[in-house]
Design a protein around this ligand. Structure first.
Ligand code: SF4
Length: 104
């Protein structure tokens, strides 16, 4: 095995280990609930289809029905069900969630 190939193997191993560690740490984080104080302030709902559109104009606007965490710019996917959001530091948000911080 050449030195470059060995280095590539080490780099790939480190990358995989790092990704696994991030996933494990992320899964240990609390899931944001709809009655979390920040969630209430931001209109967060774990299911974006349940957002009160009479109260949250952004969600009521044309195209708002398609807004959800998975297509929000600041969403960081963990897996198919959850992700991280800088608004809810240290917690996980639902992939199908929404809040008024949604960004196209
Ligand atoms: S800011 Fe985006 S990713 Fe964060 S909770 Fe709101 S919609 Fe989801």
């Amino acid at each position: 095995m050449s030195q470059i190939t060995r280095r590539a193997l080490v780099n790939a191993t480190v990358a995989v280990a790092g990704t696994a560690l991030i996933a494990r740490v992320s899964h240990a984080q609390e899931i944001v609930s709809n009655d979390d104080a920040t969630a209430l302030a931001m209109g967060y709902a774990a299911d974006h289809t349940t957002v009160d559109t009479a109260k949250w104009a952004k969600k009521a606007a044309p195209g708002g029905e398609n807004q959800k965490c998975t297509n929000c710019t600041i969403y960081q996917r963990i897996d198919d069900d959850y992700g991280l959001c800088p608004i809810f530091v240290g917690k996980r948000v639902h992939a199908n969630g929404w809040c008024n911080g949604w960004i196209a």
